[in-house]
Design a protein around this ligand. Sequence first.
Ligand code: LLP
Length: 385
Amino acid sequence: PDLAPAQRRVGWWWQDRDRLISLATEHGPAFVYHLPSLQTAIDELEQLKSVDRVLYAVKANAHPDILARVDAAGFGFECVSPGEVRHVLSERPGIDPERILFTPNFAPREEYAFGLEAGVRVTLDNLHPLQHWPELFKDRDIFLRLDPGQGRGHHKHVRTAGTQSKFGIPLFELEEAARLVAAAGARVVGLHAHSGSGIRNPDNWRQIALVLGEAAEHFPDVEILDLGGGLGVVEKAGDEPLDTQAMDASLRSMATAFPGRQLWIEPGRYVVARAGVLIARVTQTKGKGEARYVGIETGMNSLIRPSLYGAWHEIVNLSRPDEPATTPATVVGPICETGDVLGNDRLLPDCFEGDVIAIANAGAYGRVMSSSYNLRQPAREVVIE
Ligand code: LLP
């Protein structure tokens, strides 16, 4: 059990609990996005002096109001599917397509043709496109995604390097890659790598820069080293936050080591995770021997991260701020799966039907990964100033 309940009450959602209680009562289960918190994260990323461009990873949360804020900050957009590219182009009409980096993996030929036609920057994740469709890339500027060798992140499903991961061109294929690029008549203007997600080690991006900077020796036209996303946020009381100033300082040495090369990063989670909570009312409770269950209106159909990765999201009962947390309870949804658990063994005050529960850090990889499994609609999205 989590033994530090007092420390848990940190976040805009605790100050704003009355508003959240009314929203849940009015709308039922909802992802609520708090724009001032989003802006705080954006502002913090804008302070990184060694980073020439921040691209927001749209996969984390594609809500139009979030894209608007990110756009207003001048960030680019990292998209992994034609759907995401089209969504950004239609939500932000008139945007320079060069601000969009399209990074598909194992995608069919038509998707690369689509990206090039749309005028967005295109990343190749494998040699296959150059081996089999070289005509597509003639006279084109492209990015190559490399496998930096070592993966990092909060769960093996999100570590995106090494032979166990499907992503990126391995470093031993660099010479072959350079030969294929030349044969296709393309120019590699950017090298890209992303080692995983949920990383709070500030040195991670410097290590990637080192790998990419050295790999750039094979490609004379490289102007950009895109170090990927993966910036982690605090999940549990006691977690060490990512020190973005230390990250900045460590990257500054790379800007010196590789002069004339721009450094880009692609955060998704860091921008939006903390700005979102999932709120839902308690439906039923029960005790079963030692075990205590608190049921809420929505479950893994809205937020699958706990089921999929064992991810830890702070859970609080907003309706009972002054009552002591007593015994551990498992918070579950209404889906017909034993794995439909939002949090195991959480210290909560006694919960009653109609109480409003908040699940924190749900702004990233929440609604975008939701489903209508059991034909239960996932929580709706609400934006607050
Ligand atoms: N760039 C690339 C190429 C990526 O593959 C990803 C995430 C990002 C940037 C953004 O990563 P972030 O800064 O958000 O960590 N569903 C998982 C996370 C999957 C991340 C996939 N790629 C989760 O809920 O933890």
